[in-house]
Design a binder for this molecule. Structure first.
Ligand SMILES: Nc1ncnc2c1ncn2[C@@H]1O[C@H](COP(=O)(O)OP(=O)(O)OP(=O)(O)O)[C@@H](O)[C@H]1O
Length: 312
């Protein structure tokens, strides 16, 4: 286990930012931490890192409690904070060297690591630039290089793709995957559900300081009531037949979504396509464009929290 958080409570005055929060991060995974603004993601990460004191609960990192002087464990952790934190008067190389120097004393070893990090984020051409001369996307890459140069086993990234262009976003996501393939466990927070779907092995859904669901996408799909959704284009179907179709097992709703277009939402399970096609053939209807989908993270999030994450 890389991280274990048990029953964590953190208050800011009267505000309960973390409310008996539980979390397990398994070695080798990419864990996506999802939740609306203010749900407690940054507070959680800062508590795990020992940057914040907390009121109750337990946190273990690599099996040990993190204390201010547990350098051996701290050395194995990398952090990419939400706000880009760089020294404006230092060059790209010097910035990375400074952060790497917090963990690695040996100068030659550090030079090797800094150069590797520069290559990793493809800032080779910019190593002598000061941050002011870099675009927003390149600054983010530099921020990432500062957090990972010492080659940590466990990396926390707080909204690494916020406010970057699509190209930099893809670059960062690919980078997260490469870091993971090279052996790092990654915990990252995001507002972007599609991103979490794309790269996380597991996700944790947070709301109001609580872990309200976690698991793989498949496990979360099973937790919500909504099952398979089938979209279909059906021709010349009478209102009577629509009524008859409502009797299909597990069918919850039928919605007209356009001319001849229908959306059928089932309650549970999958493979409803077979029975639908059977129904259509029995009634000699013609159809095109039949496709089935399982609930995505957005509908899971909406069902669990009653909120649209994208609207936050
Ligand atoms: N130092 C602080 N003092 C008082 N309240 C705070 C402090 N830091 C955070 N909070 C509050 O605690 C709650 C959780 O904040 P936190 O920053 O952890 O959320 P978050 O999920 O990371 O949000 P965001 O996505 O906006 O960063 C919020 O209501 C926030 O306003």
């Amino acid at each position: 286990m890389a991280v274990e958080v048990k029953q964590l409570v953190k208050r800011y005055g009267k505000l309960v930012a973390l409310d008996h929060f539980n979390l397990s991060v398994y070695k080798g995974e990419i864990l996506g931490l999802l939740g609306p603004n203010g749900c407690g993601k940054t507070t959680l990460i800062n508590s795990i890192l020992g940057l914040l004191t907390y009121d109750k609960g337990e946190i273990d990192v690599f099996g040990e409690e993190l204390k201010p002087d547990t350098y051996k464990i701290k050395q194995r952790i990398g952090v990419v904070p939400q706000d880009v934190a760089l020294f404006e008067e230092l060059t790209v190389f010097e910035n990375i060297d400074f952060f790497c120097g917090l963990y690695i004393e040996d100068k030659a070893e550090r030079r090797r690591l800094v150069n590797e990090a520069i290559k990793f984020v493809e800032l080779d051409k910019y190593s002598k630039f000061i941050p002011k001369k870099l675009s927003g996307g390149l600054k983010r890459r530099l921020n990432i290089a500062c957090g990972i140069a010492h080659q940590p086993d466990l990396i926390f990234m707080d909204e690494p793709t916020v406010a970057v262009d699509a190209q930099s976003r893809n670059f960062i996501l690919e980078g997260i995957k490469r870091l993971n393939e090279n052996g790092s466990t990654i915990v990252y927070t995001t507002h972007y559900l599609d991103e979490a779907e794309q790269i996380s092995d597991r996700v944790v859904i947070m709301d109001s300081g609580q872990n309200i669901a976690d698991g793989t996408l498949e496990q979360l799909q099973q937790k919500v009531n909504q099952g398979e959704i089938i979209n279909i284009e059906l021709f010349d179907i009478s209102p009577e037949l629509i009524e008859e179709m409502r009797e299909l097992p597990n069918l919850n709703t039928i919605e007209k979504t356009g001319k001849n277009k229908w959306r059928l939402v089932f309650d549970e399970g999958n493979n409803h396509v077979v029975q639908l096609v059977k129904f259509i053939e029995e009634h000699e209807l013609s159809y095109t464009q039949l496709y089935s989908q399982m609930p995505d993270l957005n509908s899971i999030f909406l069902e669990l929290t009653g909120k649209e994450l994208r609207d936050q």
